[in-house]
Design a protein around this ligand. Structure first.
Ligand SMILES: Cc1ncc(COP(=O)(O)O)c(C=O)c1O
Length: 449
């Protein structure tokens, strides 16, 4: 039975101390009302703090404390409240605010065409959903229809959404607890790629020769009837795939008749320094899912983009969502894509991300409690360990560092219990990035082994 959660704790000592130092009445009262009104669950209610404003890279709480947001639930590629997206949404509200499903509309069609043109290869047929979990479930249904099979292979520790189908292929303890009950049959899991030797291209006798990719092929072969491999091209922890990993898996899928579905819900649209993270690895999936930042950090919209020849479910329902062709969410997405293009944000993410990794490595790369510094584009992280030899997760240290950063005005997330996960908007001014990196490195340096 799995009941624990990975990541920040709702109840840790560091969190209690932080809360005790911020006793302002307005914040407390709202937190108490939140805790009274909402169903409790890990990692949200009861909440850490309150928010009154979100603008650009900044969030501001109800007592006026401002934080650079290096988490943003991965929605804020273009920052919060981008003026172009806000204006486009307002105009769309006046022009056409809803579209019942049997009718189509100009803006939704334009968005589907734009995404189809943006995606490489033959990825050209689109369906919209309200959230990423649903998009992944649509992708799974298409894979079942295309292959006549129902099994899947995915990674332990991955997250693909909260729905029963999405959490069946997910591998996160939080969503696989005993209260989830039986999940989808045939959802096989393998260990995720996590070999830092391979990831940095080390060669030599101590490398594993892509054993992680070969395990995917092994299971594909042994099962013999897998419909799809579904995975994030880069793990959100963040862990970059070892060079060649996806090529091996792509070829294995082809050999064993399985589709490759890539969940680019957090990584897509430029975050990693490429429009799609899979482009770094020289592969093209059969289906890609997008979401989060697609709505410009304002509205919820996700998308499934499939190979044209996978348009085979015409006689079935695979995702009849009420807001499937909502012109307002579609407008937000279209304008977001235009902002990403016009502001050159994909290249910007690549350049600033490389710069940030260099700076972190220079500043704390040899700190005894830093196990690894890694990432791609503006999705990078610092793994805190108890010591560099054992690489045992430095959970308590990571939490102390986290609250010290929060105190200094920088918000982010801890992944896998000990990885300071830094994912700023692609629009972040360089001096703000420098300031944030300074906060993180000072907080790390104040810890001694
Ligand atoms: C990789 C990945 N897939 C899917 C989802 C689910 O998206 P949503 O919360 O919009 O359902 C998330 C959300 O965090 C995610 O990170």
């Amino acid at each position: 039975m799995i009941t624990h959660t990975e990541g920040e704790s709702n109840t840790s000592e560091a969190r209690a101390e932080w809360a005790a130092r911020h006793p302002d009445a307005v914040t407390r009262e709202l937190l108490e009302r939140d805790a009274g009104a909402f169903l409790h669950q890990s990692l949200s209610s009861p909440c850490l703090s309150t928010i009154a404003k979100a603008e650009g890279i900044w969030i501001e709480d109800t007592s006026g404390r401002r934080y650079m947001d290096f988490h943003g639930n991965s929605v804020h590629h273009i920052g919060y409240g981008h003026p172009r997206v806000v204006a486009a949404i307002k105009a769309q509200l006046d022009a056409l605010s809803f579209s019942p499903r049997r009718f189509t509309n100009e803006v939704s069609v334009e968005l589907a065409e734009t995404l189809g043109a943006l995606a490489p290869g033959d990825l050209g047929k689109v369906l919209f959903t309200t959230g990423g979990s649903d998009a992944n479930e649509v992708a799974l249904r298409i894979a079942r229809a295309a292959t006549g099979r129902f099994k899947t292979i995915s990674f332990w520790d991955a997250f693909h959404g909260a729905g029963f189908g999405a959490s069946s292929v997910g591998g996160e303890a939080t969503f696989r607890s005993h209260i989830a009950g039986p999940l989808l049959p045939g959802a096989e899991h393998v260990a995720p790629f996590n070999c830092y030797r391979c990831a940095y291209g080390h060669a030599g006798p101590d490398t594993c020769g892509l054993a992680c990719a070969k395990m995917v092929e092994y299971v594909l072969e042994r099962e013999g009837d897998v419909a799809a491999v579904i995975a994030e091209p880069m793990r959100a922890v963040p862990v970059v795939p070892p060079p060649g990993f996806w090529k091996v898996v792509r070829e294995a899928c082809n050999r064993h008749g399985a589709l490759l579905i890539m969940d680019e819900i957090p990584t897509g649209l430029g975050k990693t320094g490429a429009m799609f993270a899979f482009e770094h690895d020289g592969v093209i999936p059969d289906i890609v899912t997008l979401g989060k930042a697609l709505g410009g950090g304002i509205l919820p919209i996700a998308a499934v983009v499939a190979r044209r020849d996978l348009d085979i479910c015409g006689d079935f329902a695979i995702g009849h969502y009420t807001h499937e062709k909502n012109p307002v969410t579609a407008r937000a997405a279209l304008e977001t894509l235009a902002v990403i293009r016009d502001e050159g944000l994909v290249d910007r993410a690549a350049k600033l991300g490389a710069y940030a990794l260099d700076r972190l490595r220079e500043a704390v790369g040899d700190h005894p409690l830093v196990g690894d510094i890694r990432g791609r584009g503006l999705m990078f992280g610092v793994e805190i360990v108890e010591d560099r030899k054992s690489r045992a997760p430095g959970r308590a240290t990571a939490e102390r560092i986290y609250y010290r950063c929060l105190e200094a005005g920088l918000s982010f997330k801890i992944s896998a219990g000990c990885v300071l996960t830094l994912s700023p908007p692609l629009t972040i001014p360089k001096d703000d990035l420098d300031r944030a990196l300074g906060i993180v490195t000072t907080a790390i340096r104040s810890e001694t082994a």
